[in-house]
Design a protein around this ligand. Structure first.
Ligand SMILES: Nc1nc2c(c(=O)[nH]1)N[C@H]1C(S)=C(S)[C@@H](COP(=O)(O)O)O[C@H]1N2
Ligand SMILES: [Mo]
Length: 309
């Protein structure tokens, strides 16, 4: 099992795979190249069943998904994570789950994934700066996990923390953000079936620049909520102070629901550009809740989403 969370493929050199339908065939090739890395339990762990929550929009290529990233621990340019994230060691990764739970514990990835239902989910990730990508994630519902640790009735929020590795993350040397990167969701948002913890994309282990070995994906919110390389999950009765919110509270709210009617103070959020499309292509109108209103809008009934941005 030692090889399971190794991520030593050079992802930027992997051929782009725009043809999602043929991915199983491509996978056989990739597994062979990786020399058994994907054999055995890994194959089972990655090949999730298709999810009804997927969009049928055109999917971005692996090349695009792994070369235009935000992961400030590895630098603040979109090209930095692809350059520097290979330094992150994900072997023996552990996640602490604590706070208001019956069974606080530290989990290995193998234990964490034991018995969870992995699904293939094609989700749109919408960045606050007006770009979007469609990514075929492999992941599992948060509810799977929270039910296992026994969430106490007093818990109202779920707080996430990213690894803080001075020796592996060059971005930590500069104080652009307050490390470790911290995010949070209201408990009902965390339990919503759209919310997943992702462990792979394109049926392969998560590339480091996308948040290996495990990251959050919350598709109706701006990208910064989808925290990468998680080492700690804490149940709390208080709304946490999250990284971007602490830095610029006027610009980045706790909720961060995609909302074309609430502009970022420095730019409009009404339209977006799909990464990989022509720079001159017409920007498309952004949809409320990133197009996922049917599944999530009810959680905000009666809330003023201009105030709770
Ligand atoms: N730990 C951590 N998680 C993070 C970030 C980060 O800088 N550090 N950036 C966020 C932002 S702003 C975005 S848009 C998404 C980008 O995810 P992607 O690179 O997989 O597309 O990751 C989010 N998760
Ligand atoms: Mo972002």
């Amino acid at each position: 099992m030692a090889g399971r969370w190794k991520n030593d493929l050079n992802w930027s050199e992997v051929t782009p795979k725009p043809v999602w339908l043929n991915r199983r065939h491509l996978m056989l090739g990739a597994a062979a190249v990786a020399g058994g890395l994907l054999a055995g339990p890994v194959g089972a762990a990655l090949g999730g069943r298709p999810s009804k929550y997927s969009t049928d929009e055109a999917i971005n290529t692996l090349e695009q998904i792994t070369n235009y990233n935000n992961f400030y621990e590895f630098g603040s340019r979109k090209t930095d994570p692809a350059k520097h994230a290979s330094a992150l060691t994900t072997d023996g990764w552990e996640i602490r789950i604590d706070g208001m739970v019956d069974k606080p514990a530290t989990w290995s990835m193998d234990d964490l994934l034991e018995g969870v239902t992995l699904e293939e989910r094609i989700y749109r990730l919408r960045c606050v700066e007006g770009w979007s990508m469609v990514i075929p994630w492999t992941g599992f519902e948060r509810a799977d996990l929270l039910n296992r640790v026994g969430v106490q009735p007093s818990a109202k929020f779920v707080v996430f923390e990213t690894a803080e590795r001075r020796d592996e993350m060059p971005g930590l040397r500069s104080p652009v953000l307050d490390w470790p990167y911290t995010e949070g969701l209201r408990l009902d948002e965390a339990m919503n079936p759209l919310t997943i913890l992702a462990t792979g994309l394109y049926d392969e282990p998560l590339p480091n620049q996308n948040g290996a070995p495990i990251r959050l994906v919350v598709p109706w919110k701006y990208g910064f909520k989808s925290i990468k390389s998680i080492v700690r999950i804490t149940l709390s009765d208080r709304q946490p102070r999250t990284t971007w919110n602490r830095l610029q509270p006027e610009e980045y709210g706790f909720y961060a629901n995609v909302n074309p009617r609430v502009d970022h103070p420095r730019w409009s959020q009404a339209t977006e550009r799909r990464i990989g499309g022509s720079l001159f292509a017409k920007r498309k109108p952004t949809k409320m809740f990133n197009g996922y209103a049917d599944t999530v809008a009810h959680m905000y009934d009666g809330m003023d989403l201009k105030k709770n941005y």
